[in-house]
Design a protein around this ligand. Sequence first.
Ligand SMILES: [Zn+2]
Length: 132
Amino acid sequence: MKRTYLYSLLFLKCPQCRQGKFLEAHPYKLSNMNKVKEKCPKCGLHYSIEPAFYTGSMYVSYAVGIAVGVAVFVLTYFTGLAKHPLAIFGYIVSGLFLLMPYIGAVSKSIWAHFFFKYKPKIAEQVSNDSRT
Ligand SMILES: [Zn+2]
């Protein structure tokens, strides 16, 4: 399970070694919300290629938001939790609001995973280093 692409993406790990933390703090720690670390604490990968690198993650965030909205719609409508459009809208808005910090964080993670490749040799080296 560990070191898979999806694990690394969803649990906000370094795209190169899939072990180091990607964010400064937990996404729901609002004072430090979605602040990306300067570099990976395990393999030393610099998370930012250029200034304002993570601005592009806004596009990803939009797509993730739509996906969450559709998921909440399907859940509420087809489980019979709500049938009235306004009630469904309310569920969607609350869902998006509650998940907002995580959506922002996972969008940055997806954005980083677009640009940095997983390097199994570095990952192996890093996990050997931390074992000794
Ligand atoms: Zn790393």
